[in-house]
Ligand binder design. Structure first.
Ligand code: GCU
Length: 456
């Protein structure tokens, strides 16, 4: 119980910017979210209302299921069976036939396609500062990625990026890119390290990364694309569509944020402090979903750290536990996905999805991916930890086909046990809705691949 305030703290931080808005601004966003949903449903010819999703409040009468004994039976699509029914037995068949089928399904039905005419991004270093993190000297650069808006000057997009590398490294360093915040939502000040009480007595993640002689960067997703349906005619999605509505298979915010991460890689490839051959992507919650999408679609990320990504991320969508497809297809969250996804919360059901989350993990193969969650007692059950574990487990056949190691078990392990021997890794830490207490485990695992890490 005494950990409840920790969860509340993080929830408050997430919701803070939104709650700072005036009632009128909030009403306007909600109205535009709703209007965008209605417009997309018209395009799709859907005339029935969306089914309501369950509540995230465990005491509500319509609370989401959190009882393992009430899990529905479901059949997952087999990542190694082609649509024509033939089995995939070779890596060539995976790369040439099956993987493209899975990519097509995710693009057309869930996350949307990248448009062909996305304008260029010009990176500009805004400031360079010598400073410290803990006892470590670091070089801190702030950048903006200015998107060419000559095709539609009404919308401008400037991607915010912070890059921090050890000051005394003699060579370029591996780097973890986080989807996150550069400035704290409580005003225009740098985001502080997570306070010690929230991080299991470990140093903050940034200090841990730097102490290994690695670097970190933070990309601000909302500088690429707003985190609401109201913003879909703005941001990079709006710019490409010249301020108009999306088509049903156009990209949603998760894909747009992941696109932003790819543009950050373009910059890293030009930064002599960074080893662009050793890059990881990390994020939590909705940014954990984005991190998995980025990892799946961007081969230049060599490692992933997918924090409490839940539904729309690593959680098996067919499981009736925690957040459901209906919640994601609602006015609150549909903007994360392409318009076609709304069908699965209205005219179709989750069983109709051509793919499920294990296949998103499989798209990362053979690159190592670490799936992270908090404890049910502290974090709650909305994110469905076991559902995320199972996606990792069911992606294993693809990793094995490609000569890599799977999770090593299909049994959900006890809290705190790290499954890090394989190329799909899992750990449920004892804290709340954060990647915080898993950083030391993740770094030890990453070091196995990246090598070259010094121990403080
Ligand atoms: C909500 C939402 C989740 C999301 C989370 C977050 O709880 O239902 O899908 O992951 O917000 O990003 O904070």
């Amino acid at each position: 119980m005494k950990k409840l305030p920790i969860l509340l703290f993080f929830l408050i931080c997430y919701q803070f910017s939104y709650s700072q808005l005036s009632d009128a601004a909030r009403d306007s966003i909600n109205r535009l979210n709703e209007e965008g949903l209605v417009h997309m449903k018209q395009q799709l010819g859907i005339t029935i209302p969306n089914r309501p999703g369950p509540s995230g409040d465990p005491s509500a009468p319509n609370a989401a299921n959190s009882d393992e004994s009430k899990i529905n039976t479901y059949t997952l699509p087999d990542p190694l069976v082609l649509k024509n029914g033939n089995s995939v037995k070779t890596s060539e068949a995976w790369w040439e036939k099956r993987r493209p089928e899975i990519v097509e399904d995710f693009e057309s039905e869930i996350y949307g396609r990248l448009p062909e005419n996305i304008p260029n991004v010009a990176w500009e270093v805004v400031s360079v500062k010598d400073t410290t993190n803990g006892s470590y000297p670091v070089k801190e650069k702030t950048l903006k990625g200015i998107v060419d808006n000559s095709s539609y000057p009404n919308i401008s997009v400037e991607i915010e990026l912070l890059v921090v590398t050890p000051a005394n490294s003699e060579k370029p360093v591996p780097l973890v890119l986080e989807f996150g915040f550069i400035r704290w939502p409580f005003g225009n000040i740098p985001e502080p390290e997570t306070p010690p009480i929230f991080r299991a007595n470990e140093p903050g993640w940034k200090e841990q990364v730097i102490s290994r002689n690695y670097g970190y960067a933070i990309l601000v997703p909302s500088s690429v694309q707003a985190d609401n349906g109201a913003g879909l005619r703005q941001g990079i999605i709006g710019l490409v569509n010249k301020g108009e509505h999306r088509k049903p298979d156009d990209w949603g915010a998760l894909r747009a944020w992941a696109w932003g991460a790819s543009r950050a890689i373009d910059y890293f490839e030009t930064d002599e402090d960074v080893d662009a051959g050793r890059l990881a992507i990390e994020g939590l919650s909705r940014y954990g979903k984005a991190a998995l999408v980025a990892m799946a679609f961007e081969p230049r990320f060599s490692l992933g750290f997918i924090g409490s990504s839940g539904a729309g991320g690593a959680k098996i969508l067919r499981r009736n536990f925690g957040e459901q497809v209906e919640n994601l297809a609602s006015a609150y969250a549909y903007h994360w996905f392409c318009g076609n996804f709304i069908k699965y919360g209205s005219t179709l059901t989750k069983e109709d999805l051509p793919v499920d989350a294990h296949e998103l993990v499989a798209l990362c193969a053979p690159r190592p991916v670490f799936i992270s969650s908090g404890s049910p007692q502290v974090e709650g059950q909305w994110i469905d930890a076991k559902g995320m574990f199972l996606a990792g487990a069911h992606a294993g056949s693809v990793y094995e086909l490609l000569g890599k190691e799977d999770l090593g078990t299909t049994e959900f392990p006890i809290l705190g046990k790290a499954l890090t021997d394989g190329d799909i890794a899992w750990r449920q830490h004892a804290g709340g809705h954060t990647t915080g207490p898993n950083w030391s485990t993740w770094l030890a695992w990453a070091c196995r691949y990246w090598g070259d890490c010094k121990y403080p």
